[in-house]
Design a protein around this ligand. Structure first.
Ligand code: ADP
Ligand code: MG
Length: 689
């Protein structure tokens, strides 16, 4: 009788092994309905011959030993054995060379007909847990490292996308008479994803190679590596941090009356931004701070405090957290630094704080953070002094506190934030909690994140996936090291660098990955100020031929195309254009470009079915003259991005444009990238709806 997959795993583990030999791995796969070339075990020359006869065709012999992981590297694979004599000779040679290396027998199997070779693998990522890898065999994987990843479990769409994502995927569609059964491959990927879901003891896996045929496939070799049977991650409670975002009263413990101190800054920010709730400065040595009555301890405050911002030195924080809890404070924000980031002692203090908060059901933000800014309730808790802010719909979750406040100095002129939340060391509230909470806020429509690490990867994926259906998320993830890599048995694990997994998981969840700060804020402005394009046709209006050509190239590079006006629209457009203007996309007005001409051209594009979006290339020196006219056009749901070379020297006018709702980017490439990102995001939203 066939051995059940559970029994195989149990037996292997009982024998003290983690590595399943080929015949065991294939039996496990077969048990789930996956087609393989089979693998029968011969323990004598005669057995090998008997199995060969039963196959009725050329055979392959392979060494079976728990000590031999990569069989062919050691000469343990003999292909295309056509006669009994071939089989006998191969068997004898194999026994001779592998005697004494724990040989469990010789695998005898059918010689499969050559197909297109692909590799499927499973690895465990320290952040996201099990991930599936796909790649084309041979040089594609070995040399080009042309592989794609997805976090398990996969959706059907994920499986299809990961096939299409590898550079060599065109080969699967057919070349020189070869082609592959892509739907069968897609099903196989999903089956393996399901297998890892059902058997969490599977830690790594290489299914390498699989031969793909015009109809069907066969698994030629497989190895499975077992680990501990991991508990599925606990489902966290849905995060509702409204009380943190919209408190009615805030106490600042360590508020100071001395300008220049951090405790002065934080309190000054709350006062100067006119926080409408109650403010309580807490300082044992002051009677009054910045015009408000000070209290010695939080316990002395006569009314209920919703949020406490803590700025005392690290060593004093556990005591302060305890006092806050005694006073019934639900949210405690530790802005002080000097904790886990400095080593063991700081870590212990963190643990102390955490256990106190847990006992009282309080939530901690930080430590080592810069609090929350919520323009919708005029609340600024930043460590750095922040100037006046306008209310906006962009949310920003930032691991680093200082950078969030520092960037605001300039950015506030061209983009308006709603909530900015810094998370620091993420002792309690982590990036996923914050992401989930901020996404539920009715004032927030676009979310930006700056991340260095993710704590609970699986939950992060689930939460993000849900959010991106309605609100776009743009993430800048730094720390792109390969540090997660270690010496591992499977090929897959050696290819699974942590950063490529991040990219894959972001794609899978519909998150837009930014390349740098500028890219993140370009996209945030475009997404928050403009609708998503419905079509992939882009209408370019320019004053410089060269910039128009660059833009046309850039939109093609980004997978979009130039829109094609209909005959009537073209005729209307020609009436507008000076004689020397030839093309209808890009439309190049040269230096006669002016707001009125651009407006009328856009209005033709708005009516044209094939136009999905506009890129308008404007002259920096007269940019200011466009803001009002372009701001007033009815675009009927089509997005526009302005591209202005040298915009950094025309900041006053850039601000006018941005305030009129038109994002101004510096280069045609940036403009094309923004439109393309928005278009793809829109397509995904539609598909997932
Ligand atoms: P390794 O442990 O080295 O990965 P494999 O079982 O993958 O050993 O064999 C090495 C190569 O031999 C495969 O990549 C494949 O090209 C070929 N091969 C192995 N088994 C068969 C088979 N049953 N039919 C056809 N080719 C095979
Ligand atoms: Mg192999």
């Amino acid at each position: 009788m066939e051995e059940q997959i559970e029994d195989i795993f149990v037996r292997v583990q009982k024998e003290g092994r983690t590595f399943l030999m080929e015949h065991e791995s294939k039996a496990a796969l077969e048990g789930l309905g996956i087609t393989t070339t089979g693998s029968e075990v011969a323990r004598s020359e005669q057995e090998a011959v008997d199995i060969f006869r039963s196959l009725g065709g050329p055979a392959v012999l392979k060494i079976l030993s728990p000590e031999v992981v990569h069989k062919s590297d050691l000469g343990g694979v003999r292909l295309n054995l056509e006669t009994e004599e071939d089989v006998r000779r191969a068997y004898r040679e194999m026994v001779a060379s592998f005697m004494g290396s724990g040989m469990a027998g010789v695998s005898v199997q059918k010689m499969a007909q050559q197909g297109i070779e692909v590799i499927i693998g499973v690895a465990r990522d320290p952040t996201f847990g099990p991930v599936l890898m796909f790649g084309l065999g041979g040089v594609f994987v070995e040399v080009l490292k042309d592989v794609s990843f997805r976090s398990i479990p996969l959706s059907e769409q994920d499986a299809l996308e990961m096939i299409r994502e590898v550079r060599g995927s065109k080969l699967l569609e057919g070349y020189r008479g070869h082609s592959a059964d892509v739907p069968a491959l897609q099903r196989l990927l999903l089956q393996i994803s399901q297998m890892v879901e059902d058997y969490p003891e599977i830690s790594e896996m290489d299914v390498n190679p699989v031969f793909l045929y015009p109809h069907g496939y066969t698994v030629v070799d497989a190895r499975i590596i077992l680990g501990e049977r991991r508990q599925p991650p606990e489902a966290s409670l849905k995060q509702d941090l409204r009380g943190l975002f919209y408190p009615k009263s805030v106490a600042v413990i360590g508020a100071s009356g001395t300008p220049g101190k951090l405790g002065w800054n934080v309190f000054a920010n709350l006062v100067s931004h006119s926080f409408p709730g109650k403010l309580y400065p807490i300082n044992p040595r002051a009677k009054e701070i910045q015009g408000l009555k000070a209290y010695k301890r939080i316990g002395d405050v006569p009314e209920k405090v919703d949020v406490a911002v803590v700025l005392v030195s690290a060593g004093m924080t556990p005591e302060v957290v305890q006092e806050c809890c005694n006073s019934g404070v639900k949210y405690i924000i530790i802005e002080s630094a000097g904790f886990a980031e400095l080593g063991e002692k700081g870590k212990q203090i963190e643990e102390q704080m955490m256990s106190i908060a847990e006992r009282h059901g309080a939530r901690l933000l930080g430590p080592n953070c810069s609090g929350i800014i919520n323009t919708h309730c005029h609340m600024v808790q930043s460590i750095g002094i922040v100037d006046a802010l306008c209310q906006g719909k962009i949310g920003l979750v930032s691991q680093a506190g200082v950078c969030a406040a520092g960037m605001l100095w300039g950015l506030r002129r061209i983009m308006d934030f709603g909530i900015i939340a810094t998370i620091g060391n993420k002792l309690d509230i982590n990036e996923t909690d914050m992401l989930e909470a901020i996404s539920q806020d009715e004032n927030i429509e676009v979310i930006c994140m700056y991340l260095e690490s993710v704590k609970a990867g699986r939950r992060f994926v689930d939460v993000a996936k849900g959010i991106t259906r309605t609100k776009p998320i743009v993430i800048l993830k730094s720390g792109r090291t390969e540090a997660g890599k270690k010496a591992v048995a499977s090929h897959t694990a050696s290819l699974a660098g942590n950063d490529s997994i991040f990219s894959a998981v972001f794609r899978q969840s519909g998150i837009i990955r930014a390349r740098d700060y500028q890219h993140m804020f370009n996209l945030a402005r475009a997404l928050s100020k403009q609708p998503l394009p419905e079509g992939d046709g882009v209408f370019i209006i320019t004053y410089a031929g060269s910039l128009g050509v660059i833009a046309a190239d850039a939109i093609t590079d980004n997978g979009l195309r130039l829109s094609e006006l209909g005959e009537e629209d073209k005729a209307n457009l020609f009436q507008l254009l000076p004689e020397y203007v030839g093309g209808t996309n890009p439309v190049d007005y040269t230096f006669s470009q002016n707001p009125e001409a651009v407006r009328r051209t856009i209005e033709i594009g708005v009516e044209s079915e094939d136009v999905g979006s506009f890129i308008v290339i404007l002259q920096a020196e007269i940019l200011g003259s466009y803001a009002e006219t372009l701001g007033e056009i009815d675009y009927k749901g089509k997005p526009i991005i302005a591209c202005v070379a040298g915009k950094e020297f025309a900041m006053e006018d850039v601000i006018k444009m941005e305030k009129a709702g038109i994002p101004v980017l510096a280069t045609p490439e940036e403009a094309a990238d923004a439109i393309a990102v928005m278009y793809r995001h829109g397509q995904r939203v539609k598909r997932e709806a």
